[in-house]
Write a protein that binds this ligand. Structure first.
Ligand code: ADP
Ligand code: MG
Length: 767
C-alpha cells in the first residue's frame, strides 16, 4: 500500500483545516506499524483515508496498482468489504446483533457459507464465554476484542486500528496489543496510538506525524519490508446482502424500536379509516353504492316512474320513446293489473303475494323460459315460476301451461313459464329491512304476467275493470278542513259493460247528463270517505278524486252509491263505476307504464343518477347521497389536510428512524455495503407495517366501526339504514395504506440517500 501526496482539507464554519498536508508514504505488506503524534496532528484523518471510509481532498491511496478513489465506486466498496479490517476506538459494534453475529457479519457480506472460522477467531481473542451475549452487556475490553475479531475474521490483507486501546485499562491494553502483534506476522497491521511505550514495545515501524506531515519515520524491524514471494493479484470482492439477512435486520430493528413501530402501526390503522370516511363522503357515488347494495341483497331491478309535481306518475308512450332514445331499449314496461290468486284473507303470506299486480310487456329477447313460449295470439299469456308456486300455495294445485288465468274478467291460456330467481329468497330473513325491501323490489318482476306490447293493446278491449294504486282524498268533516290524503287500491269498472249495479243510494239519471258522474261503492263511501250510508247530503255534490300513478287523475262526481261487488278481493278498498268517455280516458291511461331495468344493464349508472328510481331501498341511498353531498367540500379540505399530516408524520418518523440508525448505517457502509442494500431493511419494515396496518384496519372497519357509527353517530333506524349505503371499501383502505407507504418510502429513501452522500466516517461520527 502506498499513499501519494495525500491532502485532506476540512471546511468548518470559520476556517479551512488542513488535516493532511501532501503526505506520501509506502507501507509494507506485513508487520505492525504505529502511527503516533499529538492530538489533532491528523492521525485519524490518515487512517480514514487508508481504510477508505473517507475521501481525500487530493492525492491517492494505491493498493498494488489499483487506485482507491477513482470513479469506480465498486472498487471502494469491494476494498472496504474484503481487503481491509477496521478497528475503531469506540468499537462500533452493531447493537442489534449479539457477539457471534457481529463477528460473523462481514463473512456473510463476503458470501461465505462455512462459518467455522468465526469460532476459531473467537477462541483466538478469548471471548468464548460471551459468544452469545448482547454487545451492550459486555465490558469495554471485551467489546474491543469483539471488534478485533470482527476485523480479523475475514482474513483481510490489512488491519487498521485507530486507538484500539484508547478506552482500555493496562491489562486489556496488553491483551489487545499481543493480539495485534500476533496477527501482524502475516499481514500489515497499522495502529494509531498516543501510547508511546506500547509503540516502542511492539512496533516494527513507528511513523510520527505533526500538522498533517510526517515528522519522523523509524524502522525497527527490517524483515517486514521483505517482499512476499508470490506476486499477489489483488482482488476486491463486492459485498452481497441476501434477503434473509435483510429480513433479519428488519426484524431486529422492529424489535428494538417497539414504541416507534407501534406509533407507525397506529398511524397505519387510523389514517386509512379516517381517510376512507373522508373519501366516502367527498366522492360518494350513488350508482356505485346502490349497485353494491343491490348485489349484496340480490335486488335485481331498478323501477322507474316519472316525477310530476310530487307524484310518481306513469310514462306515456311518448315518454317511453324518449327514454329509449336516451338509454337504448333496456326497459321492461310494467303495467298495473289485478289478478287475485285467493279470496281467503287468512292465508295471506309475506312471501307469496295473493294478487298478481303487473303485466310486463317486452320484446322477450331477455326472458328465460322454464317451459313453453312467448304469447303469440292475443288470448295467450305467460306467467312466472314464482306465480306457479304462489298459486299452488293458495290453491293446493300448481298453475301450469295449458291452464287458464282470469285477467280483469277475461280468461287467457297460459303458454309459457318465465324463469326467475325467486327461489333465492325462500330462506331469507325478512326481519332485516333491507333484505325485505330487496325481495319486494324483485317482486315487480316475479309477480307479473308477460305478454308482447301488441297483445297487451288487444287485452285492453277485453278487460272489464282496471285497478290502480292510488292516493285518494278523504272528505273533510267540516267545510274548510283540508282533505286528508290516503293510499290504497281501487277497482274501476266500466258501467256500459255491466248490468246495472244494485244502487243503494242516488240515481242513475244524473249519469246521462254528464260524463263526470259515476257511482262509488258502499265500502268506499263508508271506509274511505268516512261517511255514513244514511248521510246522503253529499251525494250529487261530493267529488271523489283519485291521484293515481297515471298522469291524469280520476275525478268522479258521486251520482250514487252501489253495493260493492269486489268486497271479497284482498287489498281492494272499493269500487268506482264510470262510463263513456270517462272510462275510455281511464283505459287509455292504463297504457301508461313504469319501466323496469335490469341492474346489469349498461345504462344502469346513468339511469340511477338521472332518473326517478322508485325502489323503496333507493330512498336510503338517496338520503345518504344528500348527506354526503352537503359535506363534500369540507371533506375534501379535510382530505388535503390529512395528506399533509401524513407527509409531516412520515418525515418525523423517518428522521427518528435514521437518527437512531445512522451509526449502524455508517458501520455497514464502512463494510462496503452500497446504498441500496442499506435502504432495504427500512423499506421491508414499512412493508410489514403496511400489511399489518391493512389487516387491522379492515378488521376494525368491518367489526368495530359499524357498531360505533350505528351506536354513536346514527341514532334512528332510518339513519342506520341510510348508513348501510355508505360502504367502506377494502380497496380504499389499501389505497390509503399504500399512499402512506409511498410517502414514507419517498421521504425515507431521500433521507438515506442524503446520508449516504457522506463518507462512512462522517455518518458514524454524525458530522
Ligand atoms: P488526531 O486523530 O491525530 O487527533 P484528526 O485526524 O482527528 O487528529 O484531526 C486532524 C485535524 O483535523 C484536527 O485539527 C481536527 O480538528 C481536524 N478535523 C478532523 N476531522 C474534522 C472534521 N470532520 N471537520 C473539521 N475538522 C476536522
Ligand atoms: Mg484521532
Amino acid at each position: 500500500m502506498e499513499i501519494k501526496n495525500l491532502t485532506k482539507v476540512y471546511k468548518t464554519e470559520y476556517e479551512l483545516v488542513k488535516a493532511l498536508d501532501d503526505m506520501s508514504l509506502v507501507f509494507p505488506d506485513k508487520g505492525l506499524v504505529f502511527i503516533v503524534g499529538v492530538s489533532g496532528s491528523g492521525k485519524s484523518t490518515l487512517m480514514n483515508m487508508l481504510s477508505g471510509v473517507d475521501v481525500p481532498s487530493s492525492g491517492e491511496v494505491m493498493i498494488g496498482n489499483k487506485s482507491l478513489f477513482n470513479e469506480d465506486k465498486n472498487h471502494l466498496y469491494g476494498y472496504r468489504n474484503s481487503y481491509v479490517g477496521l478497528i475503531f476506538q469506540d468499537y462500533n459494534l452493531i447493537e442489534d446483533l449479539n457477539v457471534y453475529e457481529n463477528i460473523k457479519l462481514p463473512l456473510e457480506f463476503l458470501h461465505y457459507t462455512d462459518f467455522s472460522i468465526v469460532d476459531e477467531v473467537i477462541k483466538k481473542v478469548d471471548i468464548e464465554d460471551i459468544k452469545y451475549s448482547q454487545v451492550n452487556q459486555i465490558s469495554s475490553g471485551q467489546m474491543q476484542r469483539v471488534a478485533i475479531a470482527r476485523a480479523l475474521v475475514k482474513n483481510s490483507s490489512m488491519i487498521l486500528a485507530d486507538e484500539p486501546t484508547g478506552n482500555l485499562d493496562s491489562k486489556n491494553t496488553k491483551i489487545v496489543m499481543d493480539l495485534l502483534k500476533d496477527i501482524s506476522k502475516d499481514r500489515l497491521v497499522v495502529v494509531i496510538t498516543h501510547d508511546d511505550d506500547a509503540a516502542h514495545e511492539y512496533g516494527d515501524r513507528i511513523i510520527e506525524i505533526e500538522d498533517g506531515k510526517v515528522l519522523e519515520d523509524n524502522l525497527y524491524n527490517e524483515s517486514i519490508n521483505e517482499k512476499t514471494e508470490e506476486a499477489k493479484d489483488i482482488e476486491f470482492t463486492k459485498p452481497v446482502v441476501t434477503i434473509k439477512q435483510q429480513l433479519k435486520f428488519t426484524f431486529r430493528f422492529i424489535k428494538n424500536s417497539l414504541a416507534r413501530s407501534l406509533a407507525i402501526c397506529i398511524m397505519l390503522i387510523l389514517i386509512p379509516i379516517i381517510g376512507n370516511v373522508l373519501c366516502g363522503y367527498a366522492f360518494f357515488d350513488i350508482s356505485t353504492s346502490y349497485k353494491k347494495y343491490q348485489d349484496e341483497y340480490k335486488s335485481d331491478y331498478v323501477l322507474l316512474a316519472k316525477p310530476v309535481t310530487g307524484y310518481n306518475v306513469y310514462y306515456s308512450d311518448e315518454d317511453y320513446i324518449n327514454m329509449i332514445a336516451k338509454y337504448g331499449d333496456v326497459f321492461y314496461e310494467v303495467h298495473s293489473t289485478y289478478i287475485p290468486l285467493t279470496t281467503d284473507e287468512l292465508l295471506v303470506d309475506d312471501f307469496y303475494q295473493p294478487v298478481i299486480e303487473n303485466i310486463i310487456t317486452d320484446n322477450y329477447d331477455r326472458l328465460n323460459f322454464v317451459e313453453g313460449y312467448l304469447p303469440i295470439s292475443s288470448n295467450e299469456i305467460a306467467i312466472t315460476d314464482y306465480i306457479c308456486s304462489a298459486y299452488e300455495y293458495y290453491n293446493g294445485i300448481p298453475l301450469w301451461i295449458g291452464d287458464r288465468l282470469n285477467i280483469a274478467g277475461y280468461n287467457y291460456e297460459i303458454c309459457g313459464v318465465v324463469d326467475t330467481n325467486f327461489e333465492e329468497f325462500v330462506n331469507e330473513d325478512f326481519t332485516n329491512d333491507l333484505k325485505r325491501m330487496a325481495f319486494e323490489e324483485n317482486l315487480e318482476y316475479y309477480n307479473a304476467v308477460y305478454t308482447s306490447f301488441i297483445n297487451y293493446q288487444s287485452m285492453h278491449d277485453n278487460m272489464q275493470y282496471y285497478t290502480e294504486k292510488i292516493s285518494y282524498t278523504k272528505m273533510p268533516e267540516q267545510i274548510g278542513d283540508v282533505p286528508e290524503k290516503k293510499e290504497g287500491t281501487i277497482l274501476v269498472r266500466n258501467l256500459d259493460r255491466n248490468s246495472t249495479p244494485y244502487l243503494l243510494r242516488g240515481t242513475s239519471s244524473l249519469l246521462n247528463q254528464n260524463n263526470s258522474y259515476g257511482f262509488i261503492s258502499d265500502r268506499l263511501w263508508q271506509n274511505v270517505m268516512g261517511r255514513d250510508l244514511s248521510d246522503i247530503s253529499l251525494i250529487n255534490r261530493a267529488i271523489y278524486t283519485c291521484y293515481g300513478t297515471s298522469k291524469y287523475n280520476l275525478s268522479v262526481r258521486v251520482a250514487g252509491i252501489h253495493r260493492d261487488t269486489s268486497s271479497n278481493l284482498i287489498g281492494i278498498d272499493g269500487e268506482v263505476m264510470i262510463q263513456g268517455s270517462a272510462y275510455q280516458r281511464y283505459v287509455n291511461q292504463s297504457n301508461f307504464c313504469r319501466l323496469l331495468v335490469d341492474k346489469n344493464s349498461p345504462a344502469y349508472s346513468e339511469i340511477v343518477k338521472k332518473e326517478n328510481v322508485i325502489n323503496p331501498s333507493f330512498t336510503y341511498a338517496k338520503a345518504t347521497w344528500v348527506r354526503a353531498d352537503s359535506s363534500k367540500y369540507v371533506m375534501i379540505e379535510f382530505l388535503i389536510t390529512l395528506v399533509l399530516i401524513i407527509c409531516v408524520f412520515a418525515a418525523i418518523i423517518n428522521s427518528m428512524t435514521l437518527n437512531s440508525e445512522k451509526k449502524k448505517i455508517g458501520i455497514k457502509y464502512s463494510f462496503g455495503i452500497s446504498k441500496f442494500p442499506i435502504i432495504v431493511p427500512y423499506l421491508l419494515e414499512t412493508i410489514f407495517y403496511v400489511l399489518f396496518g391493512f389487516l387491522i384496519s379492515i378488521l376494525v372497519v368491518r367489526l368495530v366501526y359499524p357498531l360505533l357509527m350505528t351506536g354513536l353517530i346514527y341514532q334512528t333506524k332510518q339513519e342506520i339504514l341510510e348508513f348501510q349505503f355508505f360502504y367502506i371499501s377494502s380497496g380504499s383502505i389499501l389505497g390509503w395504506d399504500l399512499l402512506i407507504y409511498l410517502i414514507m418510502l419517498i421521504s425515507l429513501t431521500a433521507m438515506i440517500l442524503s446520508i449516504c452522500r457522506k463518507s462512512p466516517i462522517e455518518i458514524i461520527k454524525d458530522l
